[in-house]
Design a binder for this molecule. Sequence first.
Ligand SMILES: [Zn+2]
Length: 74
Amino acid sequence: MKTIAILTIELYVECPYCGHAFDLLTDTSLNDDGFLIKQAISDDRWAIPAEDRIECEPECPQCETVFNVKGLEW
Ligand SMILES: [Zn+2]
């Protein structure tokens, strides 16, 4: 008997204005063609320090404020 392994990826940020936490990957406009996932974990990114690995400007789904995200902790 065998089964498959399931890998899940979440890329959470906390809005600096209202504190709402949300997954950046649920915003499809930010992750077009896997853009954010490639920034976070693709092979050519391992040489880049984690604090420089992600950069994007999401809009908070709760307070609708746009803010900057740079750096990754994992
Ligand atoms: Zn917010």
